[in-house]
Write a protein that binds this ligand. Structure first.
Ligand code: UD1
Length: 372
């Protein structure tokens, strides 16, 4: 059986790595296609090294653009690559533009699509990722869900139960496999902060960084936070660009602006942080497993299990709300409220389950209808 894995943007890499590794152990024929949605060394290459990913067989070099342009470019470039490799399955990951673009191409060519991290819903269609999730799940022949809420969301949207497989969280496979290597990086020490005394911050969602007033509120919130503890802010290229474009002043005081970090560097900093402030999807999950308090600057999350069972809480993207939430977190932390948590099947074996399910479903084309 031949698998074609599609990766394109930073959050895809750590999800594909454990599935590719499990496929290799299972002796499967595998092809890796990188769409080039993310192309900076810090957003892409660094992850291939950290995660031990194979060199892509194809790099489509699509780069940035509007959603329509980027999605269209990925589709046009992916079609001949798909023809060249003729896989039995196309595996797409997460919710980025590369995910939906390649799912659409494969589905129309009658090549089976498997969606890894299926079923997540924020119920906020202003998020480009939510549109990508809904469309990809409708096209997929197999939907691999990370949590049971994913199964319920898919069933509610009419996805047949026979297409849904609850396999657990592939991000957690990677986190558990690489946690010790990440610790060995000793990033807090390298940046001159003591373990358990600093905040780690990432912000890149359009809803937070594309609106000048909102971005300014968040930058001022970081300045306030910097009066309580050192703040390490890993700045996404989009965020950096917007700060410059809007003419906003970078937060001063003890807020340190860092270039985007690799995977091991990020986990090293997450692991020893007092708290995390983010709008990322993956960080909500990683902080839950590591037992680190996480403030998510969004009005909704597609990962409710990190709130119900984990260390995550939503916070409004304003200076005042972030200030209040930080004070609450510090008080709760002093009472020992935050503990590492492993929701069901976040056990490091999700990649293996995916390969087992693919082998059980078998090779062949969607038109044969065995999965519908
Ligand atoms: C994308 C994903 C988002 C994910 C995020 C992680 C979609 C719709 N969004 O958002 O879900 O959380 O990746 O990073 O797919 N840029 C660079 N270098 C790069 C990549 C981007 O400078 O390597 C800059 C460009 O100015 C680009 C902007 O960042 O226009 C946005 O990049 P894009 O890939 O469109 O979306 P992200 O915001 O990264």
């Amino acid at each position: 059986m031949k698998l074609l894995h599609v990766v394109g943007a930073r959050p895809n890499f750590m999800k594909a790595a454990p599935v590719i590794a499990a496929g290799r152990r299972g002796g499967l024929n595998q092809v890796l296609v990188h769409t080039g949605q993310h192309y900076d060394a810090a957003m892409s290459e660094a992850f291939f090294e950290d995660l031990g990913l194979p060199t892509p067989d194809e790099n489509l070099d699509v780069g940035s653009g509007s959603h329509a342009e980027q999605t269209a470019r990925i589709m046009s470039a992916f079609e001949p690559a798909l023809d060249r490799h003729g896989p039995d399955w196309v595996l797409v990951y997460g919710d980025v533009n590369s995910t939906v673009a390649c799912a659409l191409v494969a589905a129309k060519k009658g090549v089976r699509v498997a969606h890894v991290e299926a079923g997540l819903r924020s119920r906020d269609r202003t998020m480009p990722e939510e549109i990508n999730r809904i469309v990809t799940d409708q096209l997929a022949d197999l939907c691999f869900t990370p949590s049971r809420d994913g199964d319920a969301n898919l069933l509610a949207e009419g996805v047949p139960a026979g297409r849904i497989r609850f396999v657990g969280n592939v991000m957690v496979d990677t986190l558990l496999a690489l946690r010790e290597s990440a610790r060995a990086r000793r990033m807090p020490e390298a940046l001159g902060v003591a373990d358990g005394t600093y905040a780690f911050v990432t912000l890149h969602r359009p809803s937070n960084v594309d609106d000048p007033a909102r971005l300014d509120e968040l930058l001022r919130a970081l300045e306030d936070l910097g009066r309580t503890m050192p703040v390490l802010f890993a700045v996404h290229p989009r965020t950096k660009e917007r700060i410059g474009q809007f003419g906003l002043s970078a937060p001063n005081g003890s807020v340190r602006l860092l270039d985007p970090l690799g995977y091991l560097e990020t986990v090293s900093l997450l692991d020893r942080a007092t708290l995390v402030l983010t709008d990322s999807g993956g960080l909500q999950e990683e902080t839950t497993v590591l037992g680190v308090p996480c403030l998510t600057a969004r009005s909704s999350t597609e990962r409710p299990v990190t709130i119900v069972e984990g260390t995550n809480q939503l916070v409004e993207s304003t200076r005042a709300a972030v200030g209040r939430a930080v004070a609450e977190v510090l008080a709760a932390r002093a009472l020992g409220r935050y503990r590492p948590s492993r929701p069901e099947r976040w056990d490091g074996r999700a990649g293996e389950r995916i390969v087992v399910e693919l082998l059980a479903t078998g090779a062949g084309r969607t038109t044969e209808g065995t999965t519908t």
